[in-house]
Design a protein. Structure first.
Lengths: 265, 540
């Protein structure tokens, strides 16, 4: 990957470890990410994907190792100023849903340092593009899952971040919106933004990522472009690669057993 | 899931439920689940606490000893032979206390829309679901009533004998019947007229109105008795038919004093017949009630955008810092929109509005208005301060407290500005308007001469709020579930806050003794306030 040398390093993790009680969730993650990359961060449930992202955002404390974002160790950034260049879409749509989209988005925009007017104007235009204009001043509590997801996406992008953490950003979106969001990601990456994308939908990850990182049991088990992973594992689709690397083969057997238990009444 | 003692007691009455056509096993399961959920309320927001094991315990049950404490005072009504008077007062207070906690704490149980999605999609008879709901509420009502009356009941056994005790127990149960129906009726009434988000707002307002009505109704009960020549004279009036505590009081008078006044006889019969009638109506209404709750999740409001010029201007005046201003505006919106917040806080605002006058009105009855106007009774305004405590507690909580991740993922420079902004918003939108309203009325009663005192009280209120915020466990605004917040504050803290309000009032009283001390204090308070707002929050 010779072109990475000229690229700017956006974030790096050095020997990142964390455990909750006796459970070792991350067992030494080493990773360097460069500008303009779309990273598909995948792994089975409970592998530590969300934890990695939450550590980088300062949502989880108590890790060991070093997390450097935009050239600065985040443990030493007392002002949290590095967060001003990050956008985050959490996996679960936790949101102050008694507010309207307008109120919530301007609030978040202001937290990221935008003026009220700027935040309001940008949020309004983005929401309109996403088809939220009719409900823009209605409480988020009454939104459908997809609409909430759109609000979260807009909230993560208002301040034009350089680094995006997206945790299942497409969940709940309809097919058209999915196409829009995928295209947005591609264009943002082309502008030099870095996207850290976690998802369980392998087809999407396969298509949009230019680098795929697979973690299992708190460790990185594969890292490279889709083509590189294909070559190494001699499998056709990312789904198959995923199954192979996480040591899972019995899906047919398990499904069969599952169905047979269902049929016992 | 634990096999709760309450449920095992319930098992004894299985036959009743089965006779009523309720699937007992399923109802028991639902109640068991609800009780387990009550115990297992999610702890704190930030994920770094995930490793901590939280013990399963019911916060509610721990708060009960406050009621036992109040019961201690109630037991003074258990001595003596003036049954009508004593028992009416006793039942008024008991009903008031239980109904208040029903409104503020159990509306979420009664109006749980999740039940629709989870329970009503399953092959269970709606009657069973309703029964489970009633039982769930009843269990809590039982605990509240029992703790409240524990000491009074003990006293009656020794003082008034076993029969009296048994009648009291029965009447307390009946009292709860009335409370359940009244609460449900109120909700039902509102539910039929509104839907969606507006409706949830309406319920909040109704609850507020209800708590105020209860407080005023309480005054009427007091009116029924007149102290003359050391005797307590009861004057029967038609409107007493509407006051359940008087029914209960009459029952005791009729049984134990052999009173045969026609009105009292009718009341006594009502004390027995009405509650049974009420609970039967309630059971009938339950399905209608459940259907109406479905409307809570629908929504077709008209969106509109509001931005208030005045509040913008005010924000710029009182918040110097940019971040502070953002949180000021945010807190204003949240206070306006968060239902949970309004439900818990507005009733105490209502009480704060009324309380100073509740103490003032009996005084007016005794002396002439002029006499009062020249006294120091305007210090009653200090009673309004008690609302600060509940506002501060609720400010840290939110239904959607998990959304507080936003504070951590955004580049906020100083946490102090979050607190300051939120506190200023609470002061500007809730505390000070209520205080100012009361002060204006007091100025009308007491005359212009008390204006300097009112200015001092205004300044005291601001300082008091800052002091209170240091006493309670500080939480970032809207970042805790209401349950955890309750858990972390104890009765001692609330008592401390109340006594600080008392200290302010006493201090003010002493100031009145010295000429011009009020004016000196005014200057002093401006300085102290400036200092406090700057320094107090820096520690965070």
């Amino acid at each position: 990957m010779s072109k990475d040398i000229t690229r700017k390093e956006v974030l790096s993790l050095r020997d990142l470890r964390i455990s909750f009680g006796t459970k070792h969730v991350l067992q030494g993650i080493d990773l360097t990410v460069y500008e303009g990359q779309i990273i598909g961060y995948i792994g089975p449930n409970g592998a530590g994907k969300s934890t990695t992202v939450k550590i980088m955002l300062g949502l989880v404390q108590g890790y060991t190792g070093e997390v450097t974002i935009f050239g600065q160790n985040i443990a030493q950034d007392e002002n949290n100023s590095y967060k001003g260049r990050i956008g985050y879409v959490p996996e679960v749509a936790e949101i102050y849903d008694s507010l309207s989209a307008s109120e919530y988005l301007t609030f978040v925009g202001e937290l990221y340092g935008l003026s009220y007017e700027k935040a309001e104007e940008k949020a309004n235009r983005l929401a309109t593009l996403f088809g939220l204009q009719d409900v823009y001043h209605t409480r988020i509590a009454s939104y459908s899952k997809g609409m909430k997801q759109k609000v979260l996406l807009i909230a993560s992008l208002l301040h034009n971040p350089d680094l995006l953490f997206l945790d299942e950003p497409l969940s709940g979106l309809d097919a058209n919106s999915v196409m829009i969001v995928k295209e947005i990601m591609a264009q943002l990456a082309a502008e030099g933004k870095t996207i850290f994308y976690s998802s369980h939908i392998m087809e999407v990850v396969e298509k949009i990522s230019n680098r795929i990182i697979l973690i299992n049991g708190g460790q990185i088990v594969a890292d490279g472009t889709f083509e590189e992973l294909q070559k190494d594992s001699k499998e056709g689709t990312l789904e198959q690669i995923f199954n192979q690397l996480t040591g899972f083969h019995e899906h047919q057997q398990m499904a069969k057993e599952f169905v047979s238990i269902v049929q016992e009444v | 899931m634990k096999n709760f003692t309450t449920l095992r007691i319930l098992d004894r009455f299985r036959w009743i439920f089965e006779k009523l056509g309720i699937e007992y096993e399923i109802m028991r399961k639902i109640v068991q689940l609800k009780l387990t959920m009550d115990q297992r309320r999610v702890p704190t927001v930030f994920a770094n606490q995930t490793s901590k094991k939280t013990k399963e315990r019911n916060v509610f049950l721990q708060s009960l000893w406050v009621y036992i404490f109040i019961g201690l005072f109630l037991s003074i009504f258990m001595g003596g032979e003036e049954y009508l008077f004593q028992m009416t007062i006793f039942f008024s207070i008991a009903m008031f206390m239980v109904m208040m906690s029903m409104i503020s704490d159990f509306s979420s149980v009664l109006l749980d829309t999740r039940d629709n999605h989870i329970l009503h999609t399953k092959p269970i008879h709606p009657r069973t679901i309703s029964a489970a709901k009633i039982i769930h509420v009843t269990i809590y009502l039982f605990f509240i009533t029992f703790s409240l009356t524990f000491i009074p009941l003990l006293v009656t056994i020794f003082n008034q004998g076993v029969l009296f005790f048994l009648v009291l127990v029965l009447e307390l149960i009946f009292m709860n019947f009335i409370i359940i129906l009244l609460t449900a009726c109120f909700y039902l009434l509102v539910l039929t007229f509104f839907d969606g988000e507006r409706l949830k707002d309406m319920i909040a307002y109704i609850q507020i109105a209800l708590s105020i009505i209860l407080t005023i109704g309480y005054q009427f009960v007091g009116r029924s008795f007149r102290l003359s020549n050391m005797d307590i004279v009861f004057t029967p009036e038609w409107w007493q038919f509407l006051l359940p505590p008087i029914w209960f009081g009459s029952l005791f008078e009729v049984i134990f004093q052999g009173e045969r006044h026609l009105f009292l006889l009718i009341y006594a019969v009502m004390a027995i017949v009405m509650p049974i009638l009420f609970i039967m109506i309630y059971v009938r209404l339950m399905p209608t009630f459940e259907r109406s709750i479905q409307k809570l999740s629908s929504n077709n409001g008209i969106p509109r955008k509001q931005r208030n010029r005045f509040s913008n201007w005010l924000a710029r005046r009182i918040c110097t810092d940019r971040e502070e201003r953002i949180f000021y505006a945010f807190t204003l919106k949240m206070m306006k929109n968060e239902r949970e917040f309004k439900l818990k806080v507005y009733p105490s605002l209502g009480l704060a509005l009324i309380f100073p006058f509740i103490f003032l009105i009996p005084q007016i009855n005794d002396g002439s208005l002029q006499e009062i106007g020249s006294g120091n009774k305007f210090l009653f305004v200090y009673f309004s301060m008690m609302m600060v405590s509940s506002i501060l507690l609720m400010l840290g909580t939110s239904e959607k407290y998990k959304a507080a991740w936003i504070y951590t993922t955004t580049p906020i420079k100083s946490v102090a500005s979050i607190y300051r902004g939120a506190l200023k918003a609470a002061l500007a939108r809730l505390v000070l308007p209520v205080m100012c309203f009361n002060m204006l009325v007091f100025i009308v009663i007491f005359g212009m001469r008390i204006i300097p005192d009112m200015v001092v009280i205004f300044l005291h209120t601001i300082l008091f709020t800052v002091i209170c915020s240091t006493i309670y466990n500080r939480e970032i605004p809207f970042s805790q579930s209401a349950e955890t917040s309750k858990q972390s504050t104890n009765f001692g803290q609330s008592l401390l806050v109340l006594s600080i309000a008392g200290v302010f009032a006493t201090y003010h009283y002493l100031l009145l003794k010295v000429d011009y001390a009020i004016y000196l204090n005014m200057v002093l308070m401006v300085v102290v306030n400036k200092f406090a707002w700057k320094k107090v929050f820096q520690k965070f």
